[in-house]
Design a binder for this molecule. Structure first.
Ligand code: 5GP
Ligand code: ZN
Length: 114
């Protein structure tokens, strides 16, 4: 996708602080962190959001949860716990329309927090 900032980050056209990558996913630090650890995990395939998943995307969507586990391990969050957020669509505050998981950790978090 030409005008997608996350596709440009995957391509290395926009710099980012990469923390993990495999064939299908790329993980990097959020530029505006809201927790001591705040990492974004994105599929290398441009998918706009959970609301736009098609049957062809089911395998990558499933693998994304396992990628999140790997990133949590790399960031040292797997023992203490972490939160995963997928903002989806306008009312949820999605600002970048390339599906992404926020991994948040490194602090005590309240729930419900919406
Ligand atoms: P959303 O609000 O769409 O769920 O989250 C988008 C996230 O992307 C925000 O937390 C924002 O700080 C982050 N972000 C936007 N542009 C960039 C960028 O160029 N680099 C990095 N590392 N993060 C970005
Ligand atoms: Zn994209």
């Amino acid at each position: 996708m030409e005008d997608c900032i996350f596709c440009k980050i995957i391509a290395g056209e926009i710099p980012s602080t990469k923390v993990w990558e495999d064939d299908n996913f790329f993980a990097f630090k959020d530029i505006n962190p809201v927790a001591p650890v705040h990492v974004l995990v994105i599929p290398k395939k441009h998918i706009q959001s959970i609301a736009d998943l098609t049957p062809d995307d089911v395998a990558v969507a499933g693998k994304m949860l396992y990628a999140i586990q790997k990133v949590a391990q790399v960031m040292g969050l797997d023992k203490d716990g972490f939160r995963v957020v997928f903002n989806t669509g306008e009312k949820a505050g999605q600002t970048v329309h390339h599906m992404h998981a926020h991994i948040l950790g490194g602090k005590e978090m309240a729930w419900p927090g919406v």
